[in-house]
Every structure is written in C-alpha cells, then in structure tokens.
Design a protein around this ligand. Structure first.
Ligand code: UGY
Ligand code: MN
Length: 246
C-alpha cells in the first residue's frame, strides 16, 4: 500500500511540481458535470493559470473569455467545440485558442475527456490586431529539430507573431534527449507531461517526473531536463512572449 503521507508534489517560491495524487477539485461557474483542478494560478505567484478538466458524459464548459485569453488542448477523449460561431469536433491532440471577449462552448464529450487549459491576461500591442480564434493539432512532422539536436523536437502550436503574447509548444525528447544548457530566462512556464518520464532540474533541485505531472517555473527559475526510461518524454508548455521587458 502506498503511504498517503508522501507525495512528489512540491510548491516553492519560484517553481512547483503538481502530481495528480494531491488534486482537490474546484467549481468554476459555467463548467458543469466535470472535475476541475486548478494547477497553477496567481495564488502561487504565477502570472498564468493552468487547469486540467475531466468531463463526464453530459458535461460542458460554457462562457465568454474576458481579460484572459484561453488555450484549450484535448489530452484524451473527444468533445464538440463551438467558438465564436465556429463548430468542430476535437479529439486527443487537438487544440483551440480562444482570444479575449469570445464566447465558447465545449459539449457532448465522451466520458472521461480530459482538457488542459492555459490562461493569460492579454497585453495588446499598439498597431497589432488581437489574434483570432485558432484551431489546430499536435503533429510531430511539424516539429523541427531544436538547437541542432536530433533527439529534441519542438512544435509551436501558436503563430510566432507579435500579436500573440503567449506561446504554447510541444517538446518531444527522444531517448537520450536533454536540454542543451541550463536555461535562465525572464519568461514563465506552465507545463504538463503528456508522455514518458524525465528528471527535471528546477532552481538547482532535481525531481523525477512523469506523464500527468504539471510544473510551474517562475521567471528566472533555472531549468534543465533529461528524458528517463524506455520511451520518449513529451510535454506541452506555456511561455509568455513578445512584450517589452518593462
Ligand atoms: O522555450 C523554452 O524556454 C523551453 N526550452 N524551456 C523548457 O522546456 N523548460
Ligand atoms: Mn524555458
């Protein structure tokens, strides 16, 4: 029997690892017949929010984005999305980016459908349009090699354009893949492991992590990672981008 007094989750001033074993559910207005776990938000010092939602049969998410844009990614299952009048059926690996002030409805899910969300208050940029609704999907063939290392591939899910102030990328580490350096940077990350196992170094501390784990990295939290085990490790992550360092 596992000891209920132990967890791999940690919450520090500049990083956190949230493993599913410690989830406590939240109620979110308009999100019904589902389990919502708020993984990252401003209460821990973050400037993004990250949630994981598990929909039951008949579950739905209905609302309108306000100051925050929301990126929705289907981790597992199937759901119908109606965003600003556009309708699509989304399955695992599909995503939709919902800009500010747009109505959204996710409904008719298969039981157990899991969605990941990243939320960020949008910072407009003079003479650039607010981004439009964008649907897309995970596709390794659209993931170029990262920093000349064949073991590392990054797919950028959102356009690399100044109108966007957030990026969401899928990072695949093949066997033997590791970050080529310790990163020290102003951008913040929220992250969910989609596959595999890894060792993550955060602020000079070392953590084993795996599929289902989430990580928060504050600006300047030093970070390095290497894949572990017998299959590639894959994570989807958020990053704030494209604004003046005021
Ligand atoms: O884009 C990034 O900053 C990325 N390489 N960081 C990370 O995976 N921890
Ligand atoms: Mn980084």
């Amino acid at each position: 029997m596992e000891l209920s007094a132990l967890t791999r989750s940690v919450v520090k001033h500049n990083h956190a690892i949230i493993a599913p074993d410690g989830y406590i559910n939240s109620n979110v207005p308009g999100w019904t017949n589902c389990t919502v776990n708020v993984i990252i938000n401003e209460q821990m010092g973050a400037r993004l929010a990250q949630t994981i939602i598990t929909l039951r049969e008949g579950g739905q998410l209905q609302g309108q984005t306000q100051a925050s844009q929301i990126f929705f990614y289907v981790v597992a299952g199937q759901v119908q999305a109606t965003i600003d009048g556009q309708e699509k059926t989304l399955t695992a690996g599909h995503f939709v980016y919902v800009p500010i002030e747009k109505r959204y409805l996710f409904h008719n899910p298969t039981d157990g459908t899991q969605l990941l969300t990243f939320h960020k208050v949008y910072e407009p940029l003079a003479s650039y349009d607010t981004p439009a609704v964008l649907f897309g999907e995970r596709d390794l063939s659209k993931a170029p090699v990262y920093m000349n290392d064949e073991a590392l591939r990054i797919q950028e899910l959102l356009p690399n354009e100044l109108g966007f102030d957030m990026a969401v990328n899928i990072f695949t580490y093949d066997m033997g893949g590791h970050l080529p350096m310790v990163e020290t940077h102003i951008m913040e990350h929220g992250l969910l492991y989609l596959e595999g196992q890894a060792i993550y170094m955060l602020d000079q501390q070392w953590y084993p992590v795996q599929k289902g784990d989430s990580i928060w990295m504050a600006p300047y939290c030093q970070q390095w990672a290497t894949t572990m085990g017998k299959e590639p490790s894959v994570y989807i992550y958020y990053k704030n981008v494209n604004r003046f360092p005021t």
